[in-house]
Design a protein around this ligand. Structure first.
Ligand SMILES: [Zn+2]
Length: 253
């Protein structure tokens, strides 16, 4: 408990929230989750609570540190990353933030360096458009996809392309998203495995919507869905997200 208390105190000192899920009685220790969230255009408080509840509902023990800094705009450099060891002590880092106009290469590389050294990650929706303005590709290589825009909201059918992957194998064949945005993926990076796609209603192009990536020593799971609160209430999306968190943390084979 000392470590948990220390982390909560650290978290409070950073003006962020922390939450410990105690549901379940698994033999495994809790998954230590660092959530980076905030920025433009989405209801991050709701999404955070929804993710935490989804793990607890599935009896997945988790210990959360939530860094909700940077405000509601499109540009921020949060002091949390000033410590080069910012990712130490966590099994997985969830990026659910939206800062498209932050473009400082030195700042961005403080983040990607920790991931390349082994900080596993889950990247959600607007994380893909975060640092969109920057010229360097480090963040995009970390994500595993390059995307700079999205298409209109719709209920997009999701087609699983790797049937036996532990993250996506429970997705029903006829699943459609709640009203959500389709992100246009212009590049899939070489270490990326596309797990599922959706098709554009404008030009019939297929875009990855769930994937895994290997970035240096880190396992990365990504999804471009997650715009709306309805998506964060959808049991199939939440189940896939929980499995992605477990997989990235090395708890799902
Ligand atoms: Zn969005």
């Amino acid at each position: 408990m000392n470590r948990i208390r220390a982390r909560i105190l650290l978290c409070l000192s950073l003006l962020c929230g922390s939450w410990l899920a105690t549901a379940g009685a698994a033999d495994e220790p809790p998954i230590r989750i660092l959530l980076i969230t905030q920025g433009c255009c989405h209801d991050y408080d709701f999404q955070t609570q929804s993710m935490q509840k989804a793990l607890a509902d599935r009896k997945v023990l988790s210990e959360w540190t939530v860094v909700a800094e940077g405000g509601k705009g499109t540009e921020a450099e949060i002091p949390f990353y000033d410590d080069a060891d910012w990712a130490n002590g966590y099994d997985v880092v969830i990026h659910n933030e939206c800062f498209a106009n932050t473009d400082n290469p030195e700042y961005i590389r403080k983040i990607t360096a920790a991931h390349k050294a082994g900080a596993n990650a889950v990247v959600i929706h607007c994380a893909m458009h975060t640092y969109r303005k920057t010229k360097i590709d480090d963040w995009r290589e970390f994500l595993g996809v390059t995307s700079r825009r999205h298409e209109h909201k719709s209920e997009y059918p999701v087609r699983v392309v790797v049937d036996d992957h532990p993250i996506t194998r429970e997705i029903p064949k006829d699943w459609k998203t709640p009203l959500d945005e389709l992100y246009v993926v212009e590049k899939v990076w070489p270490q990326t495995t596309v797990l599922a796609t959706s098709v554009s209603e404008k030009d019939d192009k297929l875009h990855p919507v769930f994937w895994t990536n290997q970035y240096g020593q880190a396992r990365v799971f990504g999804t471009t869905y997650g715009h709306s609160n309805a998506t964060f209430e959808d049991p199939v999306f939440l189940n896939t997200l929980v499995r992605g968190i477990q997989w990235s943390a090395g708890r799902l084979k």
